[in-house]
Design a protein. Sequence first.
Length: 227
Amino acid sequence: MRPKLKEVNVAAPAVTYLEEMGLDVYQEVSIRNVVADVVAVKNGREIWIGEAKTSWSLDLLEQLREHMKHGRAHRVFAIVPHAGEFASRVKLCKDLGIGVIAVEIKRDGSPDVAAMIHLGRRVTPKPLPKVLAILDEGHKTHAQAGTACAKGRWTPFRKTCEALRQVVRNNPGIALKDAIIKSGHHYSSDVGARTCLADLIKQDVIEGVESRLENRKLKLYPKKLGE
């Protein structure tokens, strides 16, 4: 019995293909409250957005058209299995200005390699600095493109937590104030960061970090998961 094809399986060969083309590829990126499966950046400026699906659908085309309409990328493309009435659907994408990356499917139902069938129309000549500013190295590896669960996605808050954990691992017993200065954060001020993070650590929301009150100062220590 063939394993069920998932969006992450379809997206993975496309991510590899784009990286081999020399693009910087980011996965599961939230842009203005909309999550894009793949964001690829060419030459540090041109932004491509791709959406992976296990089959063609009007919803897929509408999703890509919305990216174009709201100026989220210079080019958009569908990532789909090379199956069914492929030629006619590629023609429709060409007419709409949408690119296509086709993923070959093996006989056992698993994805193989991807290739760009149509690049798509460049919809705006302007750079998109606000989108570029969102992209972070964590987006490259933290969650696979096509991941259904939002919990695993890379976010500014997750980046803050990871940086804080790293600082605490390297500096057991560090004061909260000093840890925040060393690690950086996404909050609007250091005061706001101290208040929020102190509370979240006490609630055990930030895994791997615990706080202790020593000499009237809040000190942070590494904490083993599951403790």
